[in-house]
Design a binder for this molecule. Structure first.
Ligand SMILES: [Zn+2]
Ligand SMILES: [Zn+2]
Length: 222
């Protein structure tokens, strides 16, 4: 199976300072076959990854993490930025209109997850059932919800630091070579997730970092 990390943040996100080139180099070194740089509300990291990725063996999947009114939504295979602040339904429409793939990110996360009620009434194409910055109980709940709704699974590390790259992955069948083939395989439900959830030591660090950055941003959510 090919190992893809479909949720990562570069310096084009306000809460990450990672260099795109360094992210790609690290991904290759860790035996990752494909990556999506899903910065908050911009495709800039993905555009850069697409340019730099040509010199690597990586499959680069264009993506971004859109701040919808109710929470975070991952859009893949996009040509242009999807605006933030729309409802979940409007955001999914904008993604699908571009021929993209709309995924609910970390649905049970406090503040930035959409929550179950919104997901039940929004036509998502998949749910992110493994996010390495979510605690295990949240990831397990998403998995159950995806099964109940008959939706495909995706996964990613949600890396904001190089050490987190590849902590959670989605595995797709060998032979896949392009973004289009990746998204098609996911749509068909051929993706399997692998990796780890957030443990207690990382939880303490994560909460401290989130609160610190929230204060620095002037008490604004991303
Ligand atoms: Zn998020
Ligand atoms: Zn994220």
């Amino acid at each position: 199976m090919l190992r893809l990390d479909l949720h990562t943040h570069s310096r084009y996100s306000p809460d990450s300072s990672l260099d795109v080139k360094e992210m790609l180099t690290t991904a290759v070194a860790r035996g990752i076959h494909g990556i999506s740089i899903t910065d908050h509300n911009t495709l800039k990291g993905s555009v850069r990854a697409l340019e730099l990725g040509r010199d690597t063996s990586l499959i680069v999947v264009r993506g971004m993490e859109v701040s919808a009114r109710d929470g975070h939504i991952l859009g893949y295979g996009l040509e242009e930025d999807v605006p933030s602040g729309l409802t979940a339904g409007e955001t999914v429409d904008r993604i699908v209109d571009q021929g993209g793939f709309a995924v609910a990110a970390h649905p049970y996360r406090f503040w930035s997850g959409l929550g179950e009620d919104v997901i039940r009434v929004t036509p998502f194409q998949a749910l992110e059932v493994l996010n390495s910055r979510s605690v295990a109980s949240h990831n397990q709940r998403v998995e159950r919800l995806a099964q109940e709704l008959g939706l495909p699974a995706t996964g990613g590390s949600d890396a904001h630091r190089l050490s987190d790259l590849g902590r959670a992955l989605v595995l797709v069948p060998e032979g896949i070579e392009s973004e289009e083939e990746v998204l098609l395989a996911l749509q068909k439900g051929l993706g399997r997730t692998a990796g780890t959830s957030r443990g207690s030591a990382r939880t303490a660090r994560y909460v401290a970092k989130s609160v610190r950055e929230w204060v620095v941003r002037g008490f604004k959510r991303i």
